[in-house]
Design a protein around this ligand. Structure first.
Ligand SMILES: [Fe+2]
Length: 313
């Protein structure tokens, strides 16, 4: 017999070929239940707003294109993502400013927090953005933003950029003319979910999402290929049931205050805050007062791939 005569020689031989024995791995390839990687975390609007105000003085949209602050999960080694597949950011635009048109394969959406007089143009349709509204910019749609009002406007962005990083179909380009020409104004649009419609929908909805809220409505079906959106109303001083799901969620507080238990951690929240709830961490909410959360979840990815597992207890 030629070739390695001892185990050490054998290991050295396949190591030299960039191979590994399945019985001899340094790191396991399979494990019984999802590992805990990304951390539960909260970003508070009250902490972020003064920083964005300062950025408004120091960073122009000419310089930055988008004046946004992304929420980087504190798990070691993470450089960008809020949870495994999604990133959230606070963004501010000042009166008279313009964020030029671009498009990219990542899907995006925004939830408006404060300020009036901003518009977004998505694939040639210009719609106003008002507090509580949710607006979509799907994969490869041109989009730009502008403020024609007299107030600073604040919103939250959510994108599936980390999923695109993982799977690598990233394409991005700036509009050759800076902006789309001759946009058409519209008050209703498939990409705009108005706050007043959400309020009405929540009043009429009987969907309690298996005890995870008092009522919920879905925005779009799903809103984006990779992201599903739910507006969820929580009853005051009542705990929801406890959810464990392989899907990741980011919650934005649209109204009210309360706390979310994620694993062993209790996270108090208030309007404008953003809470990262990584997959497979059991969570439950308790509102202190009537509250509305926007749940942004990558559930469609897990569903399409057959990897969605959920339990409510
Ligand atoms: Fe964008």
């Amino acid at each position: 017999m030629t070739g390695p005569k001892t185990l050490d020689d054998l290991y050295a031989a396949f190591d030299g070929l960039h191979m590994e024995g399945g019985w001899h791995r340094k790191f396991p390839a399979l494990w019984p239940v999802p590992e805990e990687n990304f951390l539960p975390y909260i970003w508070r609007y009250g902490d972020v707003k003064p920083i964005l105000e300062a950025a408004g003085e120091l960073v122009s949209t000419e310089f930055a294109e988008r004046r946004n602050l992304t929420m980087r999960n504190p798990v070691e080694g993470n450089r960008y993502a809020t949870v495994r597949t999604m990133v959230a950011a606070y963004q501010m635009i000042k009166p008279g400013e313009l964020a030029k048109a671009h498009r990219h394969t990542p899907n995006a959406l925004r939830l408006i927090l404060d300020g009036h007089g901003t518009y977004t143009t998505v694939n040639g349709t210009r719609v106003e953005m008002r507090p509580g509204d949710v607006l979509l910019t799907p994969n490869w749609a041109w989009h730009s933003h502008e403020s024609v009002g007299s107030e600073d406007c604040y919103w939250l962005d959510f994108l599936d950029v980390p999923a695109v990083h993982l799977l690598e179909p990233m394409f991005f380009e700036r509009h050759p003319d800076g902006l789309e020409s001759d946009p058409v104004d519209a008050d209703t649009s498939d990409i705009a979910f108005r706050w007043e419609d959400s309020v009405k929908g929540l009043e009429q909805s009987t969907d309690t999402a298996d005890g995870m809220c008092q009522s919920q409505i879905e925005l779009g079906n799903p809103a984006l290929d990779t992201i599903r959106l739910y507006m969820q109303r929580l009853a005051p001083k009542t705990s929801t049931r406890r959810m464990q799901t392989t899907a990741n969620s980011v919650f934005a507080v649209v109204e009210g205050s309360g706390q979310t238990q994620v694993g062993d951690e209790t996270i108090p929240w208030a309007r404008g805050d953003v809470i990262a709830v990584p997959g497979w961490r059991p969570y439950q909410h308790t509102a202190s007062e009537d509250a509305v959360l926007l749940r942004v979840t990558d559930k469609p990815i897990y569903e399409k791939l057959g990897w969605l597992r959920e339990e409510v207890s």
